[in-house]
Design a protein around this ligand. Structure first.
Ligand code: LLP
Length: 387
């Protein structure tokens, strides 16, 4: 049993909506990822964008994970939570000068650079400070992650990374940028990837690219293959911990690693997705003239935007239903927009006002993407070990 179900009684006293984190499951997930990555000496950086809560980030630190950050705020948060700057990678397709300066001053592990112009800027800012910046080139591998188009990042026409066509010019120019030290290459093909084929294709691209770099006389110390491993949104209780063993084995079997080289990963969703849920109460029930049954709840898309933004579906369960009798529901939030819908045609035990519902798999990109829209306060974050 995962998540809130076994805490229902105590959670019933907390005002809704709120996020609930099962810390036991988080730790079991981090145990699993550490064991499986540890088999091959792989270094995992936690992608803070999935969930930047201090307790969560501190837990990552306790497990010795590094951080993958995409803003100055995330770099600060990672370091404040005790993750050494030397374990921080800083990605982001458009870093500001202030963010770059923060990374330089903190002495982060590497900047993942995404354009020729960015290299010039980092070089200039590093020169002003008399520093050498360690950088990795984010290459657009033109691999289709076969996931939702909004979270596909590695295809040729995406805004991310340096294109194949540009690499030789970039390398030629790098020779002149004396305040940059190229330490690696970086890829990230997308998110919520549940088949291994895109990762296999990524390994093939990375191998070819490494050969090319070697041909140019450049030895790379690190290969960073990004994140993207998906989770089971349909049946989270059956698969609370992603299959890290199969995932890392793909890289072990396919990626050609040179002696002394380290392989880095940037995992977000797969580490925190399943340990978090959004708890909400049914405020009202109604039936439309067309016979559509609607349960109106006190959480909305400002608290969990994935269904509205990506058409994503999160499993919903009624924790306090008094009956087994099931009916088909639309579950909708309080926001004055028709996209504020969590589910359509969902079979649920008949709901009553006050019933407590759980929206599962909300630990990643839940609170992190939340907004104050309609001047609604952010829901509280409750941790199982503080109950
Ligand atoms: N590294 C880079 C460069 C990334 O852009 C991302 C995610 C990650 C690592 C972590 O990916 P993960 O392991 O979490 O898949 N808001 C969307 C997901 C956006 C992902 C953006 N980049 C969602 O809710 O599905």
């Amino acid at each position: 049993m995962i998540g809130s179900a076994r805490y229902t009684e105590r959670l019933g006293q907390i005002p809704t909506p709120f996020y609930f984190y099962d810390m036991e499951l988080l730790r079991a997930t981090l145990d699993a990822v550490s064991t499986e990555a540890g088999r091959y000496g792989y270094k995992v950086h936690y992608a803070l964008k999935a969930n930047f809560n201090e307790r969560i980030v501190t837990e990552m630190k306790r497990y010795g994970l590094g951080a993958d950050c995409v803003s100055g705020g995330e770099v600060r948060r990672a370091i404040d939570c005790g993750i050494p700057a030397s374990d921080v990678v800083f990605a982001g397709v458009a870093k500001t000068d202030q963010e770059i300066i923060l990374g330089l001053d903190e002495g982060i592990f590497s900047f993942n650079c995404e354009s020729r112009e960015e290299l010039e800027v980092i070089n200039a800012l590093a020169a002003q400070r008399g520093k050498i910046a360690d950088i990795a080139l984010r290459i657009n591998p033109d691999v289709d992650a076969m996931t939702h188009q909004h979270i596909t990042t590695g295809k040729a026409d995406s805004k991310f990374g340096i294109s194949y066509q540009e690499i030789d010019q970039v390398i030629a120019r790098l020779g002149e940028l004396k305040n940059l030290n190229i330490v690696g290459i970086h890829f990230h093909i997308g998110s919520q990837i549940t088949h291994m084929e895109p990762f296999e294709a990524l390994c093939e691209r990375a191998n070819a690219l490494q050969d090319w770099f070697e041909g140019q006389g450049i030895n790379l110390r690190h290969i960073n293959v990004g994140g993207g491993l998906g989770i089971d949104y349909i049946d989270p209780s059956a698969n609370p911990i992603p299959d890290f063993a199969t995932y890392f084995a793909v890289f072990h079997n396919r990626l050609k690693v040179r002696p002394g080289q380290t392989v880095h990963f940037e995992l977000g969703r797969s580490l925190v997705g399943q340990c978090g849920e959004l708890l909400t109460r049914v405020l009202y029930n109604k039936v439309t003239s067309t016979g559509l049954r609607i349960a109106l709840v006190d959480a909305g898309f400002p608290d969990l935007i994935r269904p509205a933004l990506y058409g994503a579906s999160h499993r919903i369960e009624n924790l306090t239903s008094a009956t087994e009798q099931r009916k088909s529901y639309m579950v909708a939030g309080p926001i004055c927009e028709s996209s504020d819908i969590f589910a359509r045609g969902l079979e649920l035990p008949e709901t009553r006002r006050g019933d407590l519902l759980r929206l599962m798999s909300a630990g990643a990109y839940g609170r992190a993407m939340a907004s104050n829209y309609n001047l609604r306060p952010f829901p509280a974050e409750i941790f199982s070990d503080e109950l």
